[in-house]
Design a protein around this ligand. Structure first.
Ligand code: AP5
Length: 208
């Protein structure tokens, strides 16, 4: 099972990815999470990434391609994986295709105003990474329901950065729909989280 989850910022990639990997026991490879971890650890990669992420821009293709290929080379990816947030440019898609061929690309579609509304309300656990939002608020403000970790708001979830990120999506990432052609599975990302997951699971059952 080699799959990609793509869609604009706030369309629910991370949210659906969490459920998919739990159900299908494949590794979750989120380029955003790997880059943020490198920034927190102050690695050379993190220092380069920070310059771009802080402005809401994409990190250069060469940096991200190397990082993903190193991750995909690990043993746990032999039987499959879920890529969340990668590829997001044509150059990245071509690099991935040369390395390995993904079977399905789930495209979560939401209008820009939904992205802005959701990201402004998003909070994430600093310990386990669990995502909270408008439809799934934490039971206690600022505290993770699962592990009691501290919730934080991402720096790039400020309104002006969300707009830059959405512009990048429309310019750089949308053309991948044509690149992947019949492998694309279009989903209405404005539906409730469970309803979206049910549609994904229906397709994934066919790949088992
Ligand atoms: P990344 O972390 O990948 O961010 P993103 O693509 O901007 O996506 P988000 O995490 O904002 O949204 P999501 O779709 O995962 O939504 P979520 O499930 O959290 O990347 C960050 C940065 O890193 C990039 O800007 C770039 O600089 C860099 N980067 C990463 N990958 C790169 C690459 N390949 N190349 C170059 N640079 C790269 O949901 C959002 C909110 O909505 C949550 O609160 C959630 O609870 C809620 N929600 C989700 N689904 C629903 C639903 N169905 N109904 C109601 N609420 C919902």
């Amino acid at each position: 099972m080699k799959i990609v989850v793509m869609g604009p910022q706030g369309s629910g990639k991370g949210t659906q990815a969490e459920r998919i990997v739990k159900e299908y026991k494949i590794p979750h490879i989120s380029t955003g999470d790997i880059l943020r971890k490198n920034i927190a650890d102050k690695t050379p990669l993190g220092k380069t990434a920070k310059l771009h992420i802080d402005k809401g821009e994409l990190v250069p293709d060469a940096v991200v391609n190397d990082m993903v290929q190193e991750r995909l080379g690990k043993k746990d990816c032999k039987k499959g994986y879920l890529l969340d947030g990668y590829p997001r440019t044509l150059n990245q898609a071509k690099a991935l295709e040369r390395y390995d061929k993904v079977e399905k690309v789930f495209l979560l579609e939401v209008p820009d105003e939904v992205s802005v509304r959701r990201l402004s309300a998003r909070r994430q656990c600093s310990t386990c990474g669990k995502i909270f939002g408008i439809d799934i608020p934490p039971k206690r403000e600022g505290v993770c329901d699962s592990c009691k970790g501290r919730l934080f708001q991402r720096d790039d979830d400020m309104p002006e950065k969300i707009n830059t990120r959405l512009k990048e999506y429309h310019k750089e990432t949308e053309p991948l729909v044509g690149f992947y052609g019949k492998r694309i599975v279009r989903l209405d990302g404005t539906k409730p989280i469970d309803a979206v997951f049910k549609e994904i699971a229906k397709v994934l059952e066919g790949l088992r």
